[in-house]
Design a protein around this ligand. Sequence first.
Ligand SMILES: Cc1cc2nc3c(=O)[nH]c(=O)nc-3n(C[C@H](O)[C@H](O)[C@H](O)COP(=O)(O)O)c2cc1C
Length: 185
Amino acid sequence: MNNFSDLITRRRSTRKFTDELLSPDQVELILKAALKAPTSKNSRPCHFIVVEDKEILAKLSASKKHGGAFLSGCTLAVVVAADVTITDVWIEDASLASIYMQLQAEDLGLGSCWCQIRNRQREDETDSNDYIRGLLNMPYQLDILSIIGFGHKDQLRQPIKEDQLPWENVHIGTFSLLEKKEEEK
Ligand SMILES: Cc1cc2nc3c(=O)[nH]c(=O)nc-3n(C[C@H](O)[C@H](O)[C@H](O)COP(=O)(O)O)c2cc1C
């Protein structure tokens, strides 16, 4: 990847992966990105559970009602959790680690997608967080924010289109609502 703006333009969520495994070097770089992400007061509350076992990946894909199925087809998943007893901003810290890993993966030409776990329920309405905590033997003080699934891309996705950016969400100086142009309505 040539530069950062190119990287963030090309990054799209990938939900289809080939069977090819990630190399140890690729996995290490992705985990290093998570560990290098900034945390409030440098409290480093995040924990990362690395899963490659296909059976566990299939179980993780059933963590929530909708939007988790792609996890059974990825070759690596990282469960992003944080110790909620040592910081009040664990969601922010865990989010940054999640997106750092996704950007590192994109830089390696790999695909990834975020699977939201916090505030999500399973098919039977039980809590997704409790299910994963039990599955992976995690202590009670860790809450799970996300699972990031990785793999070699098996789908082509177009880069983010410059002419479809929601510039109406940007407000200069004070908040202002821009009228949409007639042809955009
Ligand atoms: C906080 C957050 C939660 C997300 N949860 C899911 C999810 O549970 N399942 C999924 O398939 N994609 C999930 N995504 C991916 C979004 O659907 C995706 O980023 C969005 O549609 C924009 O598409 P793009 O990433 O290709 O640009 C999530 C993304 C974010 C940032």
